[in-house]
Write a protein that binds this ligand. Structure first.
Ligand SMILES: O=C(O)COP(=O)(O)O
Ligand SMILES: [Mg+2]
Length: 226
């Protein structure tokens, strides 16, 4: 179908394509335990996600009074090691994701992932779940260099370029669940759809997106209405 309004779509990962909070929560709790802290209730780990692994652990440690920088760094490394070995135990695509990716592919829409996770973890999880091949590129929080992760627009701009949708005629939209995503998309000058079922750090309708979806099967109609 040549008349689909977008040549390419970029997706956030955690809380947008994949429900990952159980594995992320387990990694945080592994580190908290090693540091002598209390575990975070797994459901509450959703509130820590969005800015990448370091911010996630820092928020959890902060909630319990904080710790010296060097000790924090050691704990952070332990968390990454644990997560590298246990990142796709419970993580799954949200209902409707696979069908929507199929539908976009059948319309020749190029797809990219732009996450604040490390690129290596994102690639590994998507490979385990059999989804990696669907994406032209997987850009992580470390891909564009230090300080350039979302909410900076660089990764979204790069994803658009790698999808070949950056010329004057190329059209690109982004889908995400947090302030990081909306700010990055706006900075890149592309429309953004908010996934209300994700780990939104504000009420979804207050995130400032161009549209809000409650379920992934609403994505294609929402893109067509933008
Ligand atoms: O891991 C995180 O904190 C954020 O990851 P996301 O950018 O895919 O939501
Ligand atoms: Mg997210």
């Amino acid at each position: 179908m040549a008349d689909f309004p977008f040549d390419a779509v970029g997706f956030d990962l955690d809380g947008t394509l994949l429900d990952t909070f159980r594995d992320l929560g387990a990694a945080v709790n592994h580190a908290l335990d090693l540091g002598g802290f209390k575990p975070v209730p797994v459901g509450s780990s959703k509130d820590l996600i969005g800015g990448g692994a370091k911010i996630m652990l820092a928020r959890a440690v902060e909630q319990q009074g904080g710790m010296p920088e060097d000790d924090f760094h050691a704990l952070y490394k332990q968390m990454l090691r644990y997560y590298s070995e246990n990142n796709a135990v419970h993580s799954r695509p949200y209902p409707g994701v696979v069908e929507a990716l199929d539908a976009l592919a059948s319309r020749n829409v190029q797809m990219a992932v732009v996450t604040n996770k490390f690129e290596e973890f994102a690639t590994s999880i998507l490979t385990t779940l059999g989804l990696a091949d669907r994406f032209v590129t997987i850009i992580g929080g470390d891909t564009m260099g230090k300080g350039n992760a979302k909410p900076k627009p660089d990764a979204v701009i790069e994803a658009r370029k790698r999808c070949g949708a950056d010329g004057p005629a190329g059209s690109f939209a982004f889908v995400g669940d947090s302030t990081y995503d909306v700010a990055a998309a706006k900075g890149a000058g592309v429309p953004v759809i908010v996934a209300a079922y994700g780990y939104c750090d504000k009420p979804p309708h207050e995130l400032g997106g161009d549209a809000v979806i409650e379920r992934f099967d609403q994505l294609l109609p929402a893109l067509e209405r933008l």
